[in-house]
Design a protein around this ligand. Structure first.
Ligand SMILES: NC(=O)C1=CN([C@@H]2O[C@H](COP(=O)(O)OP(=O)(O)OC[C@H]3O[C@@H](n4cnc5c(N)ncnc54)[C@H](OP(=O)(O)O)[C@@H]3O)[C@@H](O)[C@H]2O)[C@@H](O)CC1
Ligand SMILES: Nc1ncnc2c1ncn2[C@@H]1O[C@H](COP(=O)(O)OP(=O)(O)OP(=O)(O)O)[C@@H](O)[C@H]1O
Length: 635
């Protein structure tokens, strides 16, 4: 698809988030700060965006980033943070803050004046003073704003309801609504340049709020329309993609039936060619998880995916499938797994006699009700076995005695269904390093409400939060409870994933392309780290997908997900501590923790299965945590 140069301002939220993701990546930021020509950097940004399915020119990316920076600075400068107004001005404030707070201080004037500075210059497109003004208008569809207000926002060329009237001293200035501004040849004459000192007398903040509110409304309605259009386009593309795959599969079947009737059928000739250059098929499965087979009649669930995958790889020219896979920016080869394992190793705290109890982690589990007592126990004991010093369970009254009876190691609080549950749990939050919400929580409104409030309070304390099981049910009802919280990790199984996807996108996910779906969902959740559990665990933070395919076994007993979430709670605490201490760099700590916990769970499964075979239970797996951990992360 060709990038459309006339669509400069038409950026959907998802597209913008994806752009910010890419732009915020360490290597891009370093390149922008360093000696590279920015034109090269934005070319790379555009290429990566293209790989995610959004075709944009480098210039469009650059202008969009510049505009976002401007909005961010206006919001920041406008001192609107306290009353929460800043989000109206800059929807992506939190993401920008996350990225820009790690960068050298920005000069707000640089963006307000529209002058080119550092990162802004691009070969042949340098912006400077007034020229920058025009270049900006043309490529974004935004109109120049009277110079004395110094407000430049990105918004589409649709009517803004009421022109804002502004009084400066004795003179009154009518701020022209945006639709008066046409792109290209019909651009109005540029307003006369005013001396800068007049700006000081202007009632800037009030005007800015008023104007921005109106333009944001107009922008919102425009984006809604645009979103609908993009969704329709996505549906069309998905249908096309499915048709393509079906045709290729039919072709493959035709070829194999021809060759199997031929004289050399015993050598399965249809397979020889693709298999010869198939790069580690076991770790490259763009579409298969256990869940997908629920749509397919299956005789042997454990081999189902492999069979489907092999059929596809056998019948379809390899390049087609792999190209699509890699074009999504996904990496899943062995080297990537090794990299992540060594990152996890770096986060593991050393065991020294200088430490006191609690320093290696105090983890809280929110869950446990009359029906489910096993799940919170599994999660809490796994946290301890991985290496946390203390593990707390906050459960209902009737679950508490049962959970206590499983293990004297756990600290059990029977508070979840008490009238002042939130206050009771909040008392403990200052002492907790990680929270796991959901194992055995149940779906009663009252308990979900308590869980929601505890999540809100934990966010203000910057505690890493893993959400699993019924906690994901809550997120499906109210995604905003965790949306955009960078220390949040969601761990859905296939069922939980589809529910969440449909809640956010209002349409079924593309079950032929899980890589893309996890990425989309993560972006829609504000770049939350997401683990789609299955034959391979797919882990993403919206910028890339890594897959964990450490060998497990075919045994799928209930509770493995609880082992995963409990251990992830500890590893998340360790990863964020290591990141703060500079021990791990240039990598999202949540991704490291997620990868570590997935590898560990699978390794436990494998070891337990070697001993117990079909009778393996989660308790057997928990007994393997010590040796599995040592094998993976301490060898
Ligand atoms: N010992 C205990 O106390 C334990 C308690 N637990 C606690 O139970 C609570 C509810 O959790 P949950 O597991 O029943 O709900 P959920 O995951 O929505 O499954 C519902 C249905 O979805 C399906 N399904 C599931 N996975 C799928 C897949 N990959 N691919 C395709 N389909 C899949 C499957 O449907 P089926 O195939 O049976 O028709 C399944 O029955 C929660 O609090 C949890 O923590 C557990 O931790 C276990 C140990
Ligand atoms: N088909 C599979 N092959 C290998 N490992 C798997 C497979 N499915 C899941 N796993 C492993 O088991 C772990 C738990 O995933 P699972 O899908 O069982 O979660 P869950 O349904 O939430 O568990 P729970 O029973 O605790 O609710 C995952 O991290 C993954 O590593």
């Amino acid at each position: 698809m060709q990038a459309n140069p006339t669509r400069g301002f038409l950026w959907s939220d998802v597209e913008t988030r994806t752009l910010l993701n890419i732009w915020g990546e360490q290597d891009i930021q370093t390149a922008l700060d360093g000696n590279f020509r920015n034109s090269f950097v934005y070319r790379d940004v555009a290429r990566r965006l293209g790989a995610m399915g959004f075709e944009r020119t480098p210039e469009q990316c650059r202008v969009r980033i510049k505009s976002l920076k401007r909005q961010y600075l206006l919001a920041k400068e406008g001192n609107l943070r306290n009353n929460g107004q800043y989000h109206k001005i800059c929807k992506f404030y939190d993401i920008m803050e996350g990225i820009l707070s790690n960068r050298p201080v920005l000069d707000p004037q640089e963006f307000i004046d529209g002058g080119a500075g550092g990162e802004e210059a691009v070969d042949g497109l340098e912006e400077d003073g007034e020229d920058a003004h025009d270049a900006y208008s043309e490529s974004t569809g935004e109109c120049p704003y009277p110079a004395e207000t110094e407000v430049k926002l990105e918004y589409p060329t649709i009517p803004i309801p009421v022109p804002v009237k502004v009084t400066v001293g004795n003179s009154s200035t009518s701020v022209r609504p945006h639709n008066s501004c046409q792109s290209g040849s019909s651009l109005p004459a540029r307003p006369p340049k005013r001396p800068r000192k007049r700006r000081a007398n202007f009632p800037m903040e009030k005007l800015m709020e008023q104007f921005l509110e109106q333009s944001t409304q107009a922008e919102d309605s425009f984006y809604r329309m645009e979103e609908q259009r993009l969704q329709a386009e996505d549906r069309r593309r998905a249908a096309e993609h499915t048709r393509e795959l079906q045709m290729l599969q039919m072709l493959g079947q035709m070829f194999s039936s021809i060759s199997s009737t031929g004289p050399s059928s015993a050598a399965t000739p249809s397979k020889t060619s693709p298999a010869a250059h198939a790069p580690s098929l076991s770790s490259v499965s763009p579409s298969c998880t256990r869940g997908q087979s629920s749509h397919v009649k299956r005789s042997s669930p454990q081999t189902d995916c492999l069979t489907q995958q092999n059929q596809l790889f056998d019948s379809v020219p390899q390049g087609l499938v792999l190209e699509r896979f890699y074009s999504l920016g996904a990496t899943s080869h062995r080297g990537m797994e090794d990299d992540f394992i060594s990152q996890v190793k770096r986060t593991v705290p050393s065991l020294t006699s200088k430490k006191h109890k609690g320093q290696d982690g105090r983890i809280g589990i929110i869950g446990g009700c009359q029906d489910y007592t096993g799940a919170p126990y599994f999660a809490a004991i796994s946290a301890l076995k991985v290496g946390a010093d203390l593990s707390h369970v906050f459960c209902t009254k009737d679950a508490a005695t049962v959970i206590k009876s499983y293990s004297p190691e756990l600290i059990v609080h029977p508070v979840l269904d008490s009238p002042n549950a939130v206050e009771e749990i909040e008392k403990w939050l200052p002492r907790l390093h990680g929270l796991v919400v959901g194992p055995g929580l149940g779906r009663e409104d009252l308990l979900l409400k308590t869980a929601k409030e505890v999540i809100e309070k934990s966010k203000t304390r910057d505690i890493p939060i893993v959400i699993d099981a019924d906690g994901l049910w809550l997120v499906t009802q109210q995604p905003s409870v965790i949306q955009g919280y960078q220390k949040g990790i969601l761990t859905p199984n296939y069922m939980e994933f589809t529910r969440l996807y449909e809640a956010l996108y209002h349409e079924p996910m593309d079950s032929s392309d899980h890589q893309r779906s996890v990425m989309q969902l993560s972006v829609a959740m504000g770049n939350l780290t997401l683990v789609l559990k299955g034959e391979q665990d797919l882990i993403t933070d919206g910028s890339k997908v890594i897959s964990c395919s450490v060998e497990g076994s075919g045994r799928r007993c209930g509770g493995q997900g609880d082992l995963l979430s409990g251990s992830m709670g500890v590893l998340a605490h360790w990863a964020y501590s290591a990141s703060a201490a500079g021990t791990v760099k240039s990598v999202n700590p949540s991704m490291v923790a997620a990868f570590g916990a997935c590898s560990l769970t699978r390794q436990c499964n494998r070891q337990a299965f070697q001993k117990h075979g079909r009778s393996t239970t989660t308790t057997d797996m928990i007994q393997e945590i010590g040796s599995a951990f040592k094998k993976l992360f301490e060898s």
